[in-house]
Design a protein around this ligand. Structure first.
Ligand SMILES: *Cc1c(COP(=O)(O)O)cnc(C)c1O
Length: 363
């Protein structure tokens, strides 16, 4: 049956989130499940964050501060930017969606790289934009080809740095070169969801380019290194003029009070970020060495996850690992049907994953 609805939306595939632990526990009748499927921080929340949420829950009947005053102040001082440049979102996905709604009209084009984060496609399609997908180079964004794909109709470029699910990245110099050459009618979104994890000398900080390139928008999130995926909190930093447009398009209370309280507490805890980085570095070595030992190749990643070539259908490997109580992520919908993405967990979780992978064999 065909409904009389927006046919672009009817043609979309629903976003497939990582399988929840409770769901698999119910299906298998076991409790000992390891989830390494959504690039979450394995450390768990700190006492300070839990306290902040408990405290904020006293205010549950009241609408939250729709301007996000306190959190914006803290972010501005933490990031050395102006509060007027910040737009808060219900996760950075909310901001990515807002950006597409502000920048695009039906008939506008948005450019993304092959294998890039699936939310860009959703955001562009839902507001009537045409998506232009540029083939990847070595699994990563080919900036020269993306530049060559710009037309008069292009209004938006999404670039995840590093990208999910590949973990590939581009240098600060390459981004600056891109910004120097992209026409002024194109908004460039630099999605730095994994910024804090990256430990590469040539990796840059998008915020440092904002003054020079007013068409640049940088997005960040509390879902990854700050360990707050459940509260849904992210933000963009852009020119105050673009932030003003985003502010017009957003829902009046798009960020809830518990999230803002949690974000404030998390932002004050540099130690948590340091510990998370150290844990990730160690876990990345553990998993990549384990994969190599089992004869698998992987895409070198600077994030908190790694995609490896399973040598067969990633969906099959995903299913076989589920039976072992380990949840990972097949990434066929990203154009990588034989790859599987595994998030870096605690050492014991990484070990469980590697043992499960060995148990299911190469087939
Ligand atoms: C996880 C992720 C985000 C964060 O999304 P939230 O809505 O903030 O949870 C953004 N971009 C990329 C590329 C991601 O992988």
């Amino acid at each position: 049956m065909t409904y009389n609805v927006n046919q672009r939306i009817a043609a979309l595939q629903p976003y497939k989130p990582g399988k929840p632990i409770d769901e698999l526990a119910r299906e298998l009748g076991i409790n000992d499940i390891v989830k390494l499927a959504s690039n979450e921080n394995p450390l768990g929340p700190t006492h300070a964050v839990i306290e902040a949420i408990a405290e904020a829950s006293n205010q549950l009947p009241r609408y939250p501060d729709g301007s996000g005053f306190e959190l914006k102040q803290a972010l501005a001082s933490h990031l050395q930017v102006d509060t007027a440049e910040i737009t808060l979102g219900n996760g950075s996905n909310d901001v990515l969606d807002l950006i597409a709604r502000v920048a695009l009209q039906p008939g506008s084009e948005a450019i993304i790289a092959e294998h890039s984060f699936v939310v860009y496609r959703l955001a562009v399609t839902c507001c009537g934009g045409d998506l232009v997908t540029v083939p990847a180079k070595d699994y990563g964004a080919d900036l020269a080809a993306m530049l060559a794909a710009v037309t008069e109709r292009t209004r938006l470029v999404f670039l995840a740095n590093p990208n999910n699910p590949t973990g590939t990245w581009v240098t600060a110099a390459a981004i600056e070169h891109f910004l120097q050459h992209v026409p002024a009618h194109v908004w460039v979104v630099l999605d730095e969801a994994y910024f804090e994890y990256v430990d590469e000398a040539e990796y840059g900080n998008g915020l440092a380019l904002l003054d020079k390139y007013p068409n640049l928008i940088v997005t960040r999130t509390f879902s990854k290194i700050y360990g707050l995926a459940s509260v849904r909190l992210g933000f963009s930093v852009s020119s105050p003029e673009f932030a003003d447009l985003l502010n017009r398009a957003r829902q009046p209370f798009n960020v809830n009070g518990l999230a803002m309280a949690a974000g404030l507490a998390a932002l004050a805890d540099d130690d948590y970020v340091q510990r998370s980085c150290a844990l990730n570095r160690q876990g990345m070595a553990q998993i990549t060495e384990g994969l190599t030992a089992q004869g698998y190749t992987y895409i070198p990643s600077v994030g908190n996850f790694v995609a490896f070539d399973s040598g067969r259908s990633g969906a099959e490997v995903f299913d076989a690992l589920l039976q072992q109580g380990v949840i990972v992520r097949p990434i066929a919908e990203y154009g990588l049907p034989n790859h599987v993405r595994v998030s870096i967990g605690l050492p014991i979780e990484n070990e469980r994953f590697l043992a499960a992978l060995a148990a299911i064999g190469q087939s």
